[in-house]
Write a protein that binds this ligand. Structure first.
Ligand code: NZQ
Ligand code: ZN
Length: 394
């Protein structure tokens, strides 16, 4: 167990272009001699006019398009884009969409330059986990604040046949730039707005709710401020007709900062809620954030003892709970967390996302196959502990 902040290097190369009417700036951000492949998802960017704005901004560039990257992007679909890139010599990728389109595009960018079989970009029971040595340059236009993918170097890909969802990371897949226009969130339905608040919330929790270490006041204070922001704006954000620019601007920037690695510099990280959640999405396609909200309260309850000091700090500094013993503060903070998620119409039990006690054996088997047998901030979350969490969450 570390006592103080570990040595770290921090370098985040992604340029953020934030605000109103920023899509047009891609005409200067992408060199004119690049052949651009615009990647997008199931059609929201066509329906709401974003793709037309992108085409207009690229009037003096050469570009092609690849649509159909699904929510929870699949290896199979992304490999079709890789083929297109190789056949038509595209040398820049512009991802327009949410985390799924951006994640898929990160994989496409890496696979297009990978010398062996791209399956080997992945480890954890899927491939051999070879290091990536280069990737095509990638820019993004974010339409859904949630994952932080627009300013980080990770991506999560789904393998349909293997029913697996596995991530990879490489400094080569940091986006060169990301356009953050808060007004692009105005077309999001309530479910996706709630997903975005929840995913960001849990990203911060994974990096913060561990155990205290010296020299990390900045990381802690920063995390607490982002959590309080999400608690404040959450109820307003999920009103889909409330097109309040300031609220959506807070939402978008918070979601990006929640997972651009600033919070995790030199401190322990948990990520067990994500590990347990990914197995559920691979099993029954539940939205990523909905798996997290269904598991998080159970993680707090089952891991209460290991996380106790940080839970007290969370109760005091995030929820403002000052009365009562530390035990009472922790109880109240856990109840408030679940109530907050519920108020966004997020599930807080597995029952609500169609996971039954009979499914737990399968989920545990998958955690085992994917090497998630000693997870969480101390590496002490064995399969038995994960089972206890799934059972508590039922
Ligand atoms: O596909 P289209 O038609 O574009 O519709 C999408 C999709 O159906 C829609 N949408 C996006 N922007 C919209 C919009 N609808 C209306 N207006 C807009 N402005 O929303 C639906 C969900 O989109 P998706 O991209 O799947 O959601 P999200 O951003 O939550 O991404 C989830 C994926 O990211 C991964 C998750 O595992 C999941 O696969 N994650 C990536 C991370 C990372 N790279 O760091 C970390 C996260 O923990 C997460 O694991
Ligand atoms: Zn997440």
């Amino acid at each position: 167990m570390q006592k103080e902040v570990k040595n770290f290097e921090f370098h985040n190369p992604t340029k953020i272009v934030f605000g109103k009417d920023q899509i047009q700036s891609i005409s200067n951000l992408i060199p004119k001699d690049k052949k651009i492949l615009i990647t997008y998802g199931g059609g929201s960017v066509q329906r709401f006019g974003t793709l037309d704005r992108v085409r207009k901004a690229l009037a003096d560039h050469t570009f092609g398009e690849f649509g159909g990257i699904e929510a929870n992007p699949t290896f199979e679909t992304c490999m079709r884009a890789v083929e297109l890139i190789k056949n038509e010599q595209f040398d820049f990728i512009l991802a327009v969409g949410g985390g799924s389109v951006i994640d898929g595009s990160k994989f496409i960018a890496a696979a297009a330059e990978f010398t062996g079989d791209p399956i080997n970009i992945f480890a954890k029971g899927i491939g051999s986990g070879e290091a990536i040595k280069s990737a095509l340059p990638l820019g993004t236009i974010l339409t859904l604040p949630a994952t932080g993918s627009e300013m980080n170097s990770g991506a999560v890909i789904t393998f349909k046949e293997k029913k697996a969802k596995v991530g990879f990371g490489s400094p080569f897949v940091y986006p060169l730039f990301s356009i953050l226009e808060p007004e692009l969130t105005y077309t999001l339905p309530k479910r996706q707005l709630a997903n975005g608040i929840t995913d960001s919330f849990v990203h911060i929790i994974e990096q913060y709710l561990t155990y205290p270490v010296g020299g990390a006041r900045v990381q802690d204070g920063f995390a607490e401020s982002l959590l309080r922001t999400l608690i404040d704006i959450g109820p307003e954000v999920v009103k889909e007709d409330n097109h309040d620019y300031s609220i959506r601007a807070d939402f978008m920037w918070t979601a990006t900062l929640a997972l651009n690695r600033l919070l995790s510099t030199g401190v322990p990280g948990d990520w067990s809620t994500h590990a347990l959640g990914h197995e559920i999405t691979a099993l029954n396609h539940t939205d990523h954030a909905r798996t997290l909200s269904a598991i998080l309260p159970a993680v707090m309850m089952v891991r209460r003892e290991q996380k106790f000091d940080k839970l007290v700090q969370y109760a005091e500094n995030v929820w403002g709970i000052t009365d009562g013993s530390t035990e009472v503060k922790v109880d109240t903070a856990i109840l408030k967390t679940a109530a907050f998620l519920k108020s966004l119409d997020m599930p807080v039990t597995l029952k609500e996302i169609d996971v039954k006690s009979d499914d737990i054996d399968y989920l545990i088997e998958q955690l085992d196959i994917h090497g998630n047998t000693q997870i969480s901030e101390r590496g002490d979350q064995t399969l038995a502990v994960s089972r206890a969490i799934y059972e508590k969450a039922l």
